[in-house]
Design a protein around this ligand. Sequence first.
Ligand SMILES: Cc1ncc(COP(=O)(O)O)c(C=O)c1O
Length: 428
Amino acid sequence: MTDDPNIASKIITNDPWFGSYAQRAETMRASEIRALFAVANRPEVVSLAGGMPYLGRMPFDQLSEEIGRMLRDQGEKAWQYGSAQGDPHLREDVLPIMAMEGITNAQPDDVVIVNGSQSGLDLITRIMCNPGDVVLAEAPNYVGALGVFQSFQVDVVNVPMDADGLVPELLEETIKAQLAEGKHIKMLYTVPNFHNPAGVTMSRERRPKVLEIAKKYHILILEDNPYGLLGFDGQTYPALRSMDSENVVYLSSFSKIIAPGMRVAWMVAPPGIRQKLVLANESSILCPSNMSQMTITCYLDNFDWKAQISDYRNMYRERRDAMDGALREYLPSCSWNKPEGGFYIWLRIPDGLDAKAMLPRAITAKVAYVSGTAFYNDGNGKDHMRLSFCYPTPERIVEGVRRLAGVIDRELETINLFNDADAEPTSL
Ligand SMILES: Cc1ncc(COP(=O)(O)O)c(C=O)c1O
């Protein structure tokens, strides 16, 4: 997630509107990631913090010619208001993309174009959840979704994950416990592929089980899938939506497979929900930008986007390997998953260390990461950090991990020093 660090991370003192805000605004907090950006983006800092895709390999020269042509030929449409559901051409264009993950029965009319997945998360929560309703979510959780749920005053209840993703048995246990407390469970939010931040993927075997449990308790599944086509070996997994079109709202985005600047993503939802999503999109933004949608269409129609995605996969695999290799060399005291796709490694740091407390020292040593605490709503996560390998070059990644190892080693030395001092007899 990216954001302008200069706005919400600044503390505004003497705000004359203090006390006037709606309750939902009171619960809004600058994410830990946003607060970090101001310093982490300095060139001398190796940032392993942000989830920005690397765009250096996009064919911008040729693209600008095609976009110029598009504007000349269809300028009146591009600069005009459009449909609240999204441009029909783009709604058609996303079908073959979804087919790569097994969704073959969706029609353009089932699709709603939104301003990035982030807006999709906002719209679905707005139409489904009242304050106090429960959303079940994997823990750790995508920080942007936590922000949305918080702003709608939803109770996020964590369901544990392991190396195969969400654990179905624990999902059912959690549902039963919540129902026993009289809670209204509205959705299960899941990022099944190459999870942000955990890096894991829900196994093929678990997918039907999760669907079955959600169906049994009439809980809508919100499947957030921005990374599904970024499996490093070209592997894809069947989308939950490909197995169930009635109980799943599917959300995907061009942000990671093309580029995030156009803010174009899409949702596929059962008819009743889709209708509400279109109304919510309209009341929120009137319509997604024609210019952005047509730029994406221009790219999809004129370039070999499958080759581009495959190029991205190779590039990100190389970066994942650089990070994994550097961690093995410099940080054997930590443990981590080796993700098969996506952007992130979820690093467990040695016992006794606190990723959040250590962060200022890491920034001083010119390396940035996101503390695991950002991905929990209950203060957990200080024993983990998220390392992103998407943006820096392999050489910078290795240097960043080397610097991080220096910080962790010094931290461990300090802890050991105090532990040894504790063992000394004292006469105080
Ligand atoms: C899991 C997940 N969902 C949604 C988003 C938001 O993506 P978009 O750029 O489409 O708003 C991100 C961005 O990092 C993400 O990781």
